[in-house]
Design a protein. Structure first.
Length: 236
């Protein structure tokens, strides 16, 4: 009887101890989950910035090779006008070295589920545009290698393919410029400042604002400014 009474008297104390143990376990699990979540967000930020860096490098490639395409276009036009086929020795189809390694790696990493939805929708469009551009480049190469035509007719056929490729080059560059203009680095995306001396690794991706019907979008206006500033259109 005495032991039973003693046990009954200690029941509240034992219940409190058990409750404290359960509480401690839950807190430990919550802290661990919070740490894992934070690490995944940081990993996603790094992966996202890797893609942004890759896009910037791709844009640099297009900016460097664009003038070369125009020079080749001008040379071919001179060939058709002067019928001086010795100029073809200067033919050089310098194409940009476009990379998609960072984007492909990010898609198979655990960080993929932490990317902003708008960002995941917008970025692949740049890579898809490049795939179209790559097919255009293949068509130019096929035309150059084709023996089906000779003389001025052949040069004109190459010029037609090259004009399409130049337009594709402008489209890819417009897409990259629009993406990089909207990819604005932010410090403390989740309310935390970046460590002192380090570069911010988070990238905010604002939602696109739909344009009113009949009103040019800001991207379209920016694209036209870029086209007139960098490339222009080859004279007919």
């Amino acid at each position: 009887m005495t032991a039973t009474r003693s046990l009954l008297a200690r029941l509240p104390e034992l219940a409190l101890e058990a409750l404290m143990v359960v509480f401690a376990v839950l807190v430990a699990l919550a802290v661990e989950e919070w740490r894992d979540e934070r690490q995944m967000h940081e990993f996603a930020d790094r992966a996202r910035m890797g893609v942004v860096t890759e896009l910037r490098a791709n844009l640099d490639e297009f900016e460097e090779t664009g003038p070369g395409l125009l020079a080749t276009d001008a040379m071919l036009r001179e060939v058709t006008q002067e019928e001086d086929f010795s100029l073809l020795a200067n033919f050089n189809l310098g194409l940009p070295d476009f990379s998609s390694a960072a984007w492909r790696a990010s898609q198979v990493s655990p960080a993929a589920s932490y990317f902003d939805f708008d960002w995941v929708i917008e970025v692949p469009r740049a890579y898809e545009t490049y795939e179209v551009y790559s097919r255009m480049a293949d068509q130019v190469i096929d035309e150059v290698s084709s023996p089906s035509t000779t003389g001025v007719d052949r040069v004109r056929a190459i010029l037609g393919r090259l004009a399409t490729l130049t337009g594709g080059q402008v489209q890819v560059q417009e897409r990259l410029e629009a993406l990089l203009e909207d990819a604005v680095p932010e410090q403390g995306e989740r309310g935390e400042a970046a460590p002192s001396g380090s570069r911010a690794t988070s990238t905010a991706w604002p939602k696109a604002t739909p344009s009113r019907p009949g009103t040019p979008s800001s991207t379209g206006r920016r694209a036209r400014r870029m086209r007139s500033r960098r490339y222009g259109r080859p004279s007919p």
